[in-house]
Design a protein around this ligand. Sequence first.
Ligand SMILES: Nc1nc2c(c(=O)[nH]1)N[C@H]1C(S)=C(S)[C@@H](COP(=O)(O)O)O[C@H]1N2
Ligand SMILES: [Mo]
Length: 370
Amino acid sequence: MNPTKDLPHFPPLTSEREPTYERGYWREELTLAFRNRGMPLEALRYSTTPTGLHFLLTHFDIPAGDVVSWRLEVGGLVERPLTLRVADLEARPRVTRRVTMECAGNGRGLLHPRPLSQPWLQEAIGTAEWTGTPLAGILEEASSRPGAIDVVFTGADAGMEANQVQRYQRSMKLGEALRDDILLAYQMNGEDLPPQHGGPVRLIVPGWYGMASVKWLVSINVTDRPFDGHYMVGTYRYSKLKGELGEPVTHQRVRALMIPPGIPDFFTRTRLVEAGLVKLEGRAWAGRRGVGRVEISTDAGKSFADARLEPPNDPCCWQAWSFDWDARPGRTTLIVRGTDSEGEAQPLETFWTYRGLGNNVAQRVEVVVG
Ligand SMILES: Nc1nc2c(c(=O)[nH]1)N[C@H]1C(S)=C(S)[C@@H](COP(=O)(O)O)O[C@H]1N2
Ligand SMILES: [Mo]
């Protein structure tokens, strides 16, 4: 089975993207930003993000597909290749998990120089209840043959990237793919998985950055060598230079975000807050590690104090935090910074990589207290 064999051949259209030192955003970045919208940060108030407010990231076009004709092929180095319909998945053990998903490119738009891609600031997040069947059950039924080490997941969408027409494909080590928390999901927030979020069927990999959760899943291929497709080696790497391979991007890094307090100035989004006691609230997450601590600065980083942190409701799901602030008239910058359960804290300066991945710099919110 070769899910890329039907792809057309085209000469390269654009040269490799280079980081830019320019301050202004490019028209191409705006085009991507309209297609791939973020979660408005006031939606941090919902413990489960309403489907229409969850962030979206789609590299190419949303492919056509319907529940009735959809087929998922499971093959490669297995004893029993499978062809599964959505109804076959629905007939299997059913699990619902609340999972916080975040794009690995979240924070890219804050970098200098700025890698040219989807220019997220800090809103590439969302938490949904995903319902599906555990991937492990399917892999066990197909039964990998000796020598199997990697599992390649292919989406139905295709387009040109890195000067080549390709499908969106990601792989996981067989041992990782057998974890019992990974789902083949066919529902989001209790309804059929909508087209933009990967319907009819997608992968959900809790605790990993979003790129691992392949949407519009049409094939699962077990192999005896590490898969080296573009989305494994050409990007989703913490490389500092073009051409440097870098460490793979895998698990989510810790991040805390605040519901912007008060009301906004329309254009600058500076917050207008009345003096007195202000309850600052938000959510924090750190993938499988969980959050150890959330700290707030109300004086632009001169001092920090601990926020109250709620325990997690589900593994790999954000945790609520709150902080009472005695707001005095004037202008200030609020900062929120999370630390994971192993002591790894969000940096106060941006984390730069060539592709703009994993920049979990602490959030800053400009506030005028009146
Ligand atoms: N087939 C396919 N799967 C995909 C993608 C894609 O472009 N094509 N984008 C990935 C990335 S980078 C992210 S962050 C998540 C976003 O999922 P969402 O749009 O449901 O929020 O999907 C992942 N799965
Ligand atoms: Mo992403």
